[in-house]
Design a binder for this molecule. Sequence first.
Ligand SMILES: C[S@@+](CC[C@H](N)C(=O)[O-])C[C@H]1O[C@@H](n2cnc3c(N)ncnc32)[C@H](O)[C@@H]1O
Length: 385
Amino acid sequence: MVRVPTGPVHTVVFARHTLEGELVRLRITEVRPRFCRGEVIEVVEASPLRRPAPCPIAARCGGCDFQHVGPAHSRELKRQVVAELLQHSAGVNFTGEVEAVQPDEFGWRTRMRFLTDAQGLVGLRAHRSNDLVPLPAEGCRIANPAISRPRPTGVTGGVEVVAAAASSGSITGPADELPDSVTEHVGERDFEVSPAGFWQSHTAAPDTLTHAVRQALAPRSGEAAFDLFCGVGLFAATLLDAGCRVWGIEGDARAVAFARRNVPGARFSVGDVARALRRLPARTDLVVLDPPRSGAGAQVMRAIASRRPRAIAYVACDPASLARDLSTAAALGYATTSVRAFDLFPMTHHVECLALLEPDGAARVVQIPPLEGEDGSPPAASVKP
Ligand SMILES: C[S@@+](CC[C@H](N)C(=O)[O-])C[C@H]1O[C@@H](n2cnc3c(N)ncnc32)[C@H](O)[C@@H]1O
């Protein structure tokens, strides 16, 4: 039996589906040198903030871990995590709230990955496992209603079934049987994207994030702008529409092919951002970066800082990686001047952040050392602000 602590801890046990101050009975599922993981067997003393999970498979499914807490307190928990990580790792004081985005509980997910069972029925993966949890009769509550209850597929035995609720309509099937692309409508633009490729999960995320990025950067006509980790060109389009000259980099060649069609006025390169950045101009005014959960890393942050942009918009789905990269940026002369957080993954602990970085005014020399494994060729840029 474990009391979920409200203060300092000696042994860290990650236990999904608990709340601060509760007394719970746990089954320890994993023991590591510095932490354990546990599953709640019984809540002996419940928090007044606990509610019954709206979804009957919430305890087993790997998708949602905040079903037992309502949206307002869920956002408060995420605010605490963002504030603590940014303060602890980057010395950044986050004083904002996690902003609600509608829909903020059910029906928000535009992409789902189901699994088939031996009868061809679809279910969801269990937490940290490939075991199948059968879908309840009402389907997945967080999925867009068009894809929340896929019909039996005729494909049996552990096959992944992708479902996409796109502006052009919804489709469901094994990834290799889906059409090449679906169309997503954002503002005045259409974006072609592979149904199994990356697209922002929350139905309102593209509008919310492009608006927030544009507000943060205040792009001016004629400015040079980079969209790094650009996918099919979502932020590149925003920057181009603001009159910027735009360069994008993305590792997925199919996404770049779509980006070139979606945003023909921008220039796109395929490749690892750390390497492909060397082919982009040595100066830029603006940078948007939207890396995967692992973050951009020090090499990319150095290559960005060396271009001396007047503003950097860092879109992050993992506040821990963001905090690490903000700390690197601070050492390179870029201060975090504002942070916003958005509840773009309701019913889960995930949160999307947008940080604005601007030069802190202190003179620095930023040099880019050769990448590991490269032949020691001279750095692409060496800049003294
Ligand atoms: C969070 S998504 C953002 C995509 C795009 N900005 C959008 O909003 O649609 C991250 C993207 O980075 C790409 N990616 C991941 N690691 C990369 C790397 N090392 N170099 C280039 N692209 C990478 C992924 O393929 C994915 O498209």
